[in-house]
Design a protein around this ligand. Structure first.
Ligand code: MEV
Length: 286
């Protein structure tokens, strides 16, 4: 019997723009999902299509126990983390010798099958590898990590990534001359952010610009805006939605001593805040 865990993720910059081949920056964050797998010829009925998919992809049967500290369907990549941790645990328990890259790719294929064609290769990659990941076109690579003081605010408003991606595509089809430069600017924001990673004040300003551009794409939500404004007023360097938008979560980049104040300001808006930081490890054995 083995237990593996995998972290969630946030997009610091460039969500939606990455779908159009522009650069983006994502980061693995605490909390983690823990999955215990045990060899078993008579497996207990599967608890989720993701876990089913993992056993099928690895060609084995077993029983599984999941313990998640992460809110699901909030845009923090919880299904990717469950899938990555389950595959890693199966790989270990059955001595299958898959590399991390293979686990990340298989996890993406499972997510794509379960989510009927729409999945984020970034979610599964970041959860497997950990750290800060720069996405450029089809490639993803880890860059030197930076310790950012982040607060995540969960609006508790449910959203659909597929719908948000489709909404952006519609805007793109209707007004390509307007939307193409917006995507271009989002890509440029990511590249500026990478050059300014050790300067949180600049990063915060870039986040605020990114938030404005995401609003232009139409993926904002009144509750997200409320949390973003509350965070800035409480002393954050900058704040923006993270992930697909239309609900889900936002992030605020804060001075170290302001994290508690920003989290309290988010909680006061009837949302759920938590203080987090980078996870540099990715999937790991417990
Ligand atoms: C969703 O977390 C991020 C999007 O950019 C979709 C994707 O990257 O696949 C909206």
């Amino acid at each position: 019997m083995v237990t593996w865990s995998a972290p969630g993720k946030v997009f610091l910059f460039g969500e939606h723009a990455v779908v159009y081949g522009k650069p983006g920056l994502a980061m693995a964050i605490k909390p983690r999902v823990f999955v215990t797998v045990r060899k078993n010829r008579h497996p207990t009925p599967a608890k989720s299509p993701y876990i089913d998919g993992c056993f099928k992809a690895m060609g084995v049967t077993g029983s599984v126990y999941v313990n998640s500290q992460m809110p699901s369907s909030s845009g923090l990549g919880s299904s990717a983390a469950v899938t990555v941790a389950t595959l890693s645990a199966i790989n270990d328990e059955f001595d299958l010798d898959r590399t991390r890259e293979e686990i990340a790719l298989t996890a993406y294929q499972i997510e794509r099958a379960v989510q009927k064609g729409r999945a984020s290769p970034t979610d599964t990659y970041v959860s497997t590898i950990g750290g800060m990941v720069l996405i450029t076109g089809q490639s993803r690579r880890k860059i030197p990590p930076q310790n950012l003081n982040l607060v995540v605010g969960n609006t508790l408003v449910s959203h659909s990534t597929a719908k948000m991606v489709e909404l952006v595509a519609e805007g793109q089809r209707k007004f390509p001359d307007v939307m193409n430069p917006v995507m271009e600017a989002m890509g440029a924001l990511t590249l500026s952010a990478v050059r300014n990673l050790s300067n949180p004040r600049q990063l915060g300003q870039l986040m605020n610009i990114n938030e404005a551009l995401l609003e232009v794409l139409g993926v904002g939500h009144p509750t997200l805006s409320k949390l973003v404004i509350a965070s800035r007023n409480a002393g954050a360097f900058g704040a923006k939605l993270t992930g697909a938008g239309g609900g889900g979560c936002m992030i605020a980049l804060c001075p170290k001593h302001m994290k508690g104040r920003v989290a309290a300001a988010i909680d006061a808006c009837d949302a759920r805040a938590f203080i987090t930081s980078i996870d540099t490890v990715g999937a790991r054995k417990e």
